[in-house]
Design a protein around this ligand. Structure first.
Ligand code: NAD
Length: 283
C-alpha cells in the first residue's frame, strides 16, 4: 500500500508540523482547517521553521520551495476524496473528531486510511463510527513535530496488519521512528508521562516544594532535559487535565486522580505558556 497523497486536518500546532514533515518527505499534502486564516497561520509558522532550517544550512532554499510547493489548502473535507491517507489533527474533542470521521467515511473511497493524531482519545471508538474500522489507526506525533523523532502507531482493536504496515512505512519515510502500541488509555507516552506531571503538581499542592525545586530535581537528578512543570506549561495545563481525566475514567483507578491544583489552575485560565501564566510566567 503506497501512500503518496495525504490530507492533514487541522493546521494548528501539530497539523502544521505534520504537513511540513510530510511535504519534506515528498508527499503531496492537502492542509485542511475550518477557515483560510487558520491555514494561513499554520503555513506562516511552517515557512518560519523552514527558513530557520535554510539559515542553519540543514536544508537548501530549493528544498524549502519544493516542500512548500507540495502543499495545497482546503476548507472542505470533500477534498479528502483525492488522498490515500488522512491524518486528523483537529482539536482534542471526541465530538469534533467523531463528526470528522463520519464525514471522511462518507466522502473517501473505502481504501483510504483514516488516522488520528489524538493524544488520548480511543482509536477503537473513532473507528466504530465508520464502516471501515480496519482502516482506522492512531498516528501520534510528538510536539514539535519537525524535531521529535517518535510516532506512536496505535492499533485499534480492528486495525488490519496491512494498514499498520503502511503507516509504519509512512512514518519511516517521514523521518520518524514508529513504535507499535495497542489502544488503551493514554497509549504509552501519556500513560507514563502524565501521572509523573500530575505527581509533580501534587508536590507543589502539598507544599513539598516550589515548582522551581521540583523541576530542578528532575533535571539535575534524573537528567530530564526539562522539568515536569515546565513541560506541563509547554503542553498546556488544560491538555494535561484532559488527558488525566481520560486515564482516570478509562482505568477507573484512583491513582490517576487529577491533582486539585491542576483543576484550579485550569479553571482560573492559567493554561501555561499559551495563556502567559501557568507554573511560571511568560512574557
Ligand atoms: N499540542 C501537543 O503537544 C500535542 C501532541 C501530540 C498530539 N496532539 C494532538 O493533536 C491534535 C491537535 O492538537 P494541537 O495542539 O495542534 O491543537 P491546535 O488547537 O493548535 O490546532 C487544532 C486545529 O484544528 C482545527 N479544527 C478544529 N475543528 C476542526 C474541524 N472540524 N475541521 C478542521 N479543522 C478543525 C482548529 O481550527 C485548529 O487550527 C489534538 O488531537 C491533540 O491531542 C497534541
Amino acid at each position: 500500500m503506497q501512500l503518496e497523497r495525504i490530507m492533514v486536518i487541522g493546521a494548528g500546532q501539530m497539523g502544521g508540523g505534520i504537513a511540513q514533515v510530510a511535504a519534506q518527505a515528498g508527499l503531496q499534502v492537502v492542509l485542511n482547517d475550518l477557515k483560510p486564516e487558520y491555514i494561513e497561520r499554520g503555513l506562516a509558522t511552517m515557512r518560519k521553521n523552514l527558513e530557520r532550517n535554510v539559515a542553519k544550512g540543514k536544508i537548501t532554499a530549493e528544498e524549502m520551495t519544493a516542500a512548500l510547493g507540495r502543499i495545497t489548502t482546503s476548507t472542505s473535507l470533500d477534498d479528502a476524496a483525492l488522498v490515500d491517507i488522512v491524518v486528523e489533527a483537529a482539536s482534542e474533542n471526541m465530538a469534533i473528531k467523531t463528526e470528522i470521521f463520519k464525514t471522511l467515511d462518507r466522502v473517501t473511497p473505502a481504501s483510504t486510511i483514516l488516522a488520528s493524531n489524538t493524544s488520548s482519545l480511543p482509536i477503537t471508538e473513532l473507528a466504530a463510527v465508520t464502516k471501515r474500522p480496519g482502516q482506522v489507526i492512531g498516528m501520534h506525533f510528538m510536539n514539535p513535530v519537525p524535531v521529535m523523532p517518535l510516532v506512536e502507531v496505535i492499533r485499534g482493536i480492528a486495525t488490519t496488519d496491512a494498514v499498520y504496515q503502511a503507516v509504519h512505512a509512512l512514518s519511516l519515510r517521514m523521518g520518524k521512528t514508529p513504535v507499535e502500541v495497542n489502544d488503551y488509555p493514554g497509549f504509552i507516552s501519556n500513560r507514563v508521562l502524565m501521572p509523573m506531571i500530575n505527581e509533580a503538581i501534587f508536590c507543589v499542592y502539598e507544599g513539598v516544594a516550589t515548582p522551581e525545586a521540583v523541576d530542578s530535581v528532575m533535571k539535575l537528578g534524573m537528567n530530564h532535559p526539562m522539568g515536569p512543570l515546565t513541560l506541563a506549561d509547554f503542553i498546556g495545563l488544560d491538555t494535561c487535565l484532559a488527558i488525566m481525566e481520560v486515564l482516570y475514567e478509562g482505568f477507573a483507578d484512583s491513582k490517576y486522580r487529577p491533582c486539585p491544583l491542576l483543576r484550579k489552575m485550569v479553571k482560573a485560565g492559567w493554561l501555561g505558556k499559551k495563556s502567559g501564566k501557568g507554573f511560571y510566567e511568560y512574557a
